[in-house]
Design a protein around this ligand. Structure first.
Ligand code: NAD
Length: 275
């Protein structure tokens, strides 16, 4: 009689025993990423700025499913608040392994009408805010003993297809995301010898509050779909799955890259049919 096939051991969750901080996690992509990292086994600090309620709700959902999470308010464009945010995450979980620097805003205007304060607001959060979060996370990674295998820490910066595609009427946003790309690559180069991985995700058009005018009506959605070869708008969960993989040891040899999660938006769809 043939021996019964032995049962395969259950797969270890992608982020088991990892401790993560996700900024801007009270809505949109950040919320889906925080939920996704928790589902992959990570303890997650859910940062919010002005909206505590959705962050608290997500924390309750994660805890009810047996996970570990905490909601932490902070303005990530403020140096002192970022330091406090990372400190509180470390105090809560005993360390930090993963940062997803996600918070971002848009304040759009044609260049002639763009105020200095709107330029500064977007650069302060979308670029300087990510720098501050990366720096504090790196300080926390360094304070921990290195792991036997795998990265000592992993950072995922939320960039955009507009780190590559110029965007008329959004010069502050495109300049910030272009800056994120070079900041990410420079930090990846600087930190690789210390086994810290730094990567980015460049979402295309994802259905969130930040770009509701681009998908909120059938006409707007039809216009938008012309820019997306894959033929559908992205969902926050598309980005969350990519973030969980990029943050995990499955991506251990990956550093300094931008992973485009955009249904082909960055493939110059205007050139289909010879342009
Ligand atoms: P969103 O408006 O739902 O999320 C933005 C988040 O940033 C919110 O949770 C908000 O509370 C937080 N935030 C704002 N100011 C903050 C501050 N001072 N401190 C801390 N947090 C702050 O929009 P989203 O689409 O989920 O955007 C998330 C990220 O994804 C942004 O960096 C955005 O540039 C990027 N992105 C989005 C798209 C898209 O199509 N939705 C495309 C490319 C890139």
């Amino acid at each position: 009689m043939a021996a019964a096939p032995s049962e395969a051991p259950p797969a270890r969750p992608l982020l088991a025993s990892r401790r993560a901080l996700v900024t801007g996690a009270s809505s949109g992509i950040g919320l889906a990423v925080a939920r996704g990292l928790a589902a992959a086994g990570a303890a997650v600090a859910v940062n919010y700025h002005s909206q505590a309620a959705p962050a608290e709700k997500l924390v309750a959902e994660i805890r009810a499913a047996g996970g570990q999470a905490v909601a932490l308010g902070a303005d990530v464009s403020d140096e002192g608040e970022v330091a406090g945010l990372v400190d509180r995450t470390v105090a809560e979980f005993g360390g930090l392994d993963v940062l997803v620097a996600n918070s971002g805003i848009q304040k759009d205007a044609p260049v002639g009408q763009m105020s200095l304060s709107d330029w500064n607001a977007v650069l302060s959060l979308n670029l300087t805010g990510q720098f501050l979060c990366c720096r504090e996370a790196i300080r926390a990674f360094r304070a921990q003993p290195p792991r036997e295998r795998g990265a000592r820490g992993s950072i995922v910066c939320m960039s955009s297809v507009h780190e590559l595609i110029p965007w008329a009427g959004h010069v502050n946003y495109a300049a910030a995301k272009g800056g994120v790309r070079m900041m990410m690559q420079t930090l990846a180069q600087e930190m690789a010898p210390e086994r810290v991985r730094v990567n980015a995700i460049a979402p295309g058009a994802i259905r969130t509050p930040i770009n509701k005018e681009a998908w909120g009506t059938p006409e707007a959605l039809e216009r938008l779909l012309k820019l997306i070869p894959y033929g559908r708008i992205g969902e926050p969960e598309d980005v969350a799955r990519a973030a969980a993989w990029l943050a995990s040891d499955e991506a251990d040899y990956v550093t300094g890259v931008t992973l485009f999660v955009d249904g082909g938006m960055a493939l110059y769809p205007g050139f289909v049919g010879n342009g």
